[in-house]
Design a protein. Structure first.
Length: 555
């Protein structure tokens, strides 16, 4: 372990929630639990449409619903409504209402914890404190009902976000949660933890988690969230270090010399125009890694091998630039061409420079300052033009350090922009297991069966003797569609586990081999290649292959 690693143990950081008051944290958790301040509790209180709108950061439906509920005769409903209005909707509340809603903690306790300000009988939220949870199928263990503190978001407050803003539960963080392959690991690394979302999930299937961040405020929020949820996460507040280590530092610096079985990261991957003489304090630390272009993602994926133990995996999100006249795969392929790692990139979307600028200027509310917005927008366009960038890709990255001396066996770069099943992590894990099986076994000797979610679709002109198009579709996982030849369709229809791949291929050769232009070697080679792809993509499985329990899909 590097001697320069800074262990973060502070419970009282300036302008962040305090985690050095265990009695108040215990009281607050009991208060929130008593009024059902949970994901389901809030959804039931507000109703489906208002709750869904709130999930899109649209406050008005929830504001209207909560205004009606605030006058309820049910004290629990009034209490829950008060808390929702305070922390989710950022509506100031009276001290009387807060005292009734959280009687164990009280207004003074919330002030001491750094969660609110109170003046002249009015209580205002300093942070966003919201319920978060998942069901038992997401990580293979029991579900969880938690609370997560973060900075108030752009839709909850006026003006531009502070540059050391601590991001809450957002699209990127939940995407990484759903993408991560969950398996038991002794030591895991949450690189760039933010408010701690990834660490919460890792604790359910890893013995120890190291969480790092360049922001001291972010680590303070994470420590607060861990201790507020200590009971649910089965943590000992007096011995937090036995399960979690918080480290202050940039990227892999805090864990130099260490290795992990699993690394997850939602890094500050947003591409931001660089200006001469800019200070680190001028950058939005939650999204801006301080390097030009997509270099933060490039440098991270190129250095992750150093912290992966043999067989260890890394999963992260990222952006990559697509220059004019190139394919999106060219740049990430170049990053890792000599790495020796197993590699799988999935591009989920690609946008142009204008849309990219609009997205991230709005993200930090920079669009609220007219003159600055025009200047910042133009800076984005100049920056991309300087590197001849015509598109910016976003997607998932999976890396693995091979165990054997034979080296890497997975090298996939694919684009999937349509809706896929969530959580997708179990399906990605199953795909990796199939790839390992193909690399270690003789396909010709295998007995294959069709996956249960696969259907066949045929299209033909009226009166035609044969279909013009045969499609194989997946109903689960990555929901791929595969165009089949008549011969490959015949092969798939024979995959019931009774005959081996070699036997089915021989039967097709006997059936098709009558024509003079039929080349048996070419046919067998092409068929083997296509069948291999069907196995890799999950349309076909060896009948002895133990299928993983992928669990129940969630929205």
């Amino acid at each position: 372990m590097t001697e320069t690693a800074t262990f973060f143990t502070a419970g009282n950081t300036d302008d962040a929630p305090r985690s050095d008051r265990p009695e108040l944290l215990t009281a607050l958790a009991a208060d929130l639990r008593a009024i059902s301040y949970t994901v389901d509790g809030v959804a039931e209180l507000l109703g489906e449409s208002a709750s869904d709108a709130l999930g899109r950061d649209q406050l008005i439906p929830a504001l209207l619903a909560s205004e009606r509920l605030a006058a309820s005769e049910d004290p629990v409903v009034r209490a829950l409504t008060t808390v929702v209005r305070l922390w989710l909707l950022a509506v100031p509340q009276s001290t009387t209402a807060i005292e009734a809603a959280v009687p164990r903690t009280g207004v003074q306790g919330l002030v001491e914890l750094g969660l609110v300000t109170a003046e002249s009988g009015i209580v205002r939220a300093k942070v966003d404190l919201r319920p978060y949870g998942w069901d038992a199928n997401l990580d293979g263990s029991g579900g969880a009902d938690l609370w997560v503190a973060s900075d108030l978001a752009a839709h909850q407050q006026p003006g531009v976000l502070r540059h050391d803003h601590v991001l809450g539960i957002g699209r990127a963080s939940t995407t990484l949660v759903q993408t991560t392959v969950r398996h038991h690991t002794e030591r895991a690394l949450d690189l760039g933890t933010g408010c701690g979302i990834q660490t919460f999930h890792l604790l359910h299937h890893c013995d120890h988690v190291t969480a790092t961040d360049i922001s001291e405020r972010a680590l303070a929020f994470t420590r607060f969230n861990l201790l507020l949820n200590a009971q649910e996460l089965e943590l000992d507040p007096a011995d937090l270090g036995s399960r979690v280590s918080l480290r202050l530092g940039s990227l892999l610096d805090p864990v130099e010399g260490e290795q992990f079985g699993l690394v997850v990261s939602n890094p500050p991957f947003v591409i931001t125009p660089r200006t001469g003489g800019e200070l680190a304090s001028e950058q939005f630390t939650y999204r801006d890694g301080g390097l030009p272009g997509d270099e933060i993602v490039a440098s991270l994926v190129q250095s992750l091998e150093s912290v992966l133990q043999p067989g260890g995996t890394a999963q992260m999100l990222g952006n990559w630039e697509v220059t004019s006249g190139t394919d999106w795969r060219d740049r990430p392929t170049a990053w890792l061409k000599d790495s020796g790692l197993d590699v799988w990139f999935i591009q989920r979307e690609q946008v142009g420079p204008e849309q990219y600028a609009e997205t991230w200027l709005q993200d930090a509310s920079q669009n609220r300052e007219g003159g600055h917005y025009k200047e910042a927008y133009a800076a984005y366009l100049r920056d991309f033009a300087s590197r001849n960038v015509e598109g910016i890709g976003f997607g998932m990255i999976w890396l693995r350090r091979p165990v054997s001396a034979n080296g890497a066996s997975i090298n996939r770069f694919e684009e999937i922009t349509y809706a896929i099943e969530q959580p997708i992590g179990p399906h990605l894990g199953a795909a990796v297991e199939r790839s390992d099986w193909v690399a270690a076994n003789s396909l010709l000797e295998a007995h294959l069966v069709v996956a249960e979610d696969v259907t066949e679709e045929r299209h033909q002109r009226p009166g035609a003797e044969h279909p013009g198009v045969i499609l194989l579709r997946q109903g689960a996982g990555l929901r791929r569609t595969n165009l089949l030849s008549t011969e490959l369709a015949g092969f798939v229809s024979a995959c019931d586990g009774q005959l081996s791949v070699g036997q089915i291929a021989s039967a097709l050769v006997a059936l098709l081999g009558g024509s003079e232009d039929f080349d048996e070697d070419t046919f067998r080679e092409g068929l083997t290649r296509e069948v291999t792809n069907l196995v890799l993509d999950g349309f076909l499985f060896p009948d002895t292959f133990l299928l993983p329990d992928v669990g129940k899909a969630t929205a």
